[in-house]
Design a protein around this ligand. Structure first.
Ligand code: FES
Length: 77
């Protein structure tokens, strides 16, 4: 499985002691790209549990769509 995600940051996010979950005592970093509180996991990854291994998806406001193909613009204006 693969996922297309759109990220707008153009630099790193430095984690601090304040980022530690006071109840769990840890920091969970999102690796699926779907978290509304990126870079932190918010449980949105549960939407991906039944993705097919050989498909690519995009998520739009909680709706999953299958990506047929990606077209790149080689000459952006
Ligand atoms: S890993 Fe992305 S929301 Fe949990």
């Amino acid at each position: 499985m693969a996922r297309l995600v759109e990220l707008e940051a153009n630099g790193p996010r430095r984690l601090t002691a304040d980022d530690i979950d006071e109840e769990k005592g840890d920091v969970a970093i999102c690796q699926c790209g779907l978290s509304d509180s990126f870079p932190f996991c918010d449980g949105s990854h549960r939407q991906t549990e039944d993705e097919a291994a050989d498909e690519c998806y995009v998520y739009d406001d909680g709706t999953r769509k299958l990506v047929e193909r990606v077209i790149c613009d080689d000459d952006p204006a």
